[in-house]
Design a binder for this molecule. Structure first.
Ligand code: TYD
Length: 204
């Protein structure tokens, strides 16, 4: 690793892109190089956040309610988990963060981007991930991967056009702020994706 400064890293992508598998592997690789690493997720990451996750993943609701609950869970997560860990010198890797709200609620559900920006400004005006890895995959491939899951949550049950808009939402976020992101072609084999992740670990 080029620097020992602890970092906040997020993993993003459409459901079925394979990010969660790679996240566990990435965290272990990082730990082997010395730093203390915590792995967390959104929605969730705190007791209240996990309760909100249950509701968000299972209960139909207004789009605005969905967005605000995502950010409510996030506020708890930031204050109780992310900031304390960063202050203690730990690395934090989160399975999803605000980019997912822009991609899913903004892109997928069509919620006004400006309202999401206001929530983002309110909830974390002074915090952004140092690095966000986007696991990018054609929607058709992601859908095929999800087909093996026994139970699908409210988001995973959406149709392909929803995920096309989610994917486009991620791309829109990257275009606005390209230096924060690495877009990984997640349609490649897991071994090739791992090679790419190894390259990233060496330079962060
Ligand atoms: P996900 O992270 O894919 O977990 P799992 O791998 O266990 O299925 O599931 C979380 C879902 O929540 C995912 O479909 C995306 C959605 N989501 C949003 O819509 N907005 C958000 O801000 C976040 C964090 C997640």
């Amino acid at each position: 690793m080029s620097s020992q400064t602890n970092k906040f890293i997020t993993f993003e992508g459409v459901d079925g892109a394979g990010k969660s598998t790679h996240l566990a592997w990435f965290a272990d690789e990082l730990r082997q190089r010395g730093p203390e690493v915590i792995v967390t997720r959104e929605p969730g990451g705190t007791p209240l956040g996990e309760q909100l996750r249950e509701i968000l993943l299972n209960q139909t609701m207004n789009i605005g309610t969905e967005a605000m609950l995502m950010f409510a869970a996030r506020l708890e997560h930031i204050e109780q988990v992310i900031k304390p860990a960063l202050r203690a010198g730990k690395w934090v890797i989160s399975d999803r963060f605000s980019d997912a709200s822009f991609a899913y609620q903004g892109g997928g559900r069509g919620m006004d981007w400006n309202k999401l920006s206001q929530l983002e400004q309110w909830v974390h005006p002074d915090l952004q991930p140092d690095l966000t890895l986007i696991f990018d995959v054609p929607v058709e491939i992601a859908r095929q991967r999800l087909a093996n899951n026994v139970s699908l949550d409210r988001f995973e049950q959406e149709q392909s056009d929803f995920f096309e808009r989610v994917r486009a939402g991620y791309h829109r976020r990257v275009q606005k702020n390209p230096q924060r992101y690495v877009v990984i072609d997640a349609s490649q084999t897991p071994d090739i994706v791992k090679l790419k992740l190894k390259e990233i670990i060496v330079i962060i």
